[in-house]
Design a protein around this ligand. Sequence first.
Ligand code: 5MM
Length: 341
Amino acid sequence: MNLTELNKVATAMVAPGKGILAADESSGTIKKRFDAIGVESTEANRRDYREMLFRSKEAMSQHISGVILYDETIWQDAKDGTPLVKLIEQSGAIPGIKVDEGTQALPMCPGELVTVGLDKLAERLKKYYERGARFAKWRAVIDIAGGIPSMTAISVNAHALARYAALCQAAQIVPIVEPEVLMDGDHDIDRCYEVTQRVLNKTFQELRVQRVALEGMVLKPNMAISGKKCAKQASVEEVAEKTIRLLRTCVPAAVPGIAFLSGGQSDEEATAHLNAMHKLGPLPWGLTFSYGRALQAAPQKAWSGKAENVAAGQRAFSHRARMNGLASKGEWQSSLEQKAA
Ligand code: 5MM
């Protein structure tokens, strides 16, 4: 393992002004997204949609540091025969790959999940590296509800994240470690804070036990935020203040960067939260976005599966990428959204 090289890639992934596009929706998830815009989820439509994103020159060259791909996409070619991975590389962004194989019910723990995909992972990583992937992603899912999460679910998921991360580094691939505490429930921000703290502490304990080099990884956490169904929604300032306090407590300064998931926040909320966090600096790590929905909802709607809407889809994507790029430097203002509208 060449740690200097891993650190270089991890640092580039969280460069100020840039962040990561999470375009790694598995077949079931992209079908849901396409259903919402009335587009059939065929292989050609998935290719056309992602090709539209990766050919968005302004977004890709100025605001996107890396793209997380799904297995199907990493092997796909654009309409003119250029591998989609090459389009990403040509734009100056780094290709990455989701390597977990989804979740399964965790035995003896009703309502809880464990992420799977460790079998044969070493062999798969080798092939992904040859295809151009320089980072990978594995997402663990922790739900908050009555009596959960259990320490069992937190432990097994942290263990799997660390096993994955060590295998990635041995294959010269930077692991994005994503322990997601869902914001689906009616819990308040303090309950989210407390659960996320337990999850992050356990995750870093496992990373250390399994000898993962913190300098060669990126953390992808949720923010400390109120559950979607909570009657009392925390303000932007409270989310920013509690998230930074939480991360300062749990994430060692050796980690080059933190890139948030959006988790179901609206586009503008996700941008405003990241921006507000940068007002609380200086911070010991790079801090940026790795959004899926909060970057793609607008371009999906603008595109709606029609070739004549490609330019509109690219404009919508470039706008969100630019807003989040500014937020990653604390330079975003809500008036910039109104101007664009
Ligand atoms: C893009 O969605 C990713 C893939 O999810 P599935 O495996 O369920 O299809 C997801 O892991 C995503 O990378 C992160 O959750 C961040 O996305 P959001 O939409 O929360 O920003």
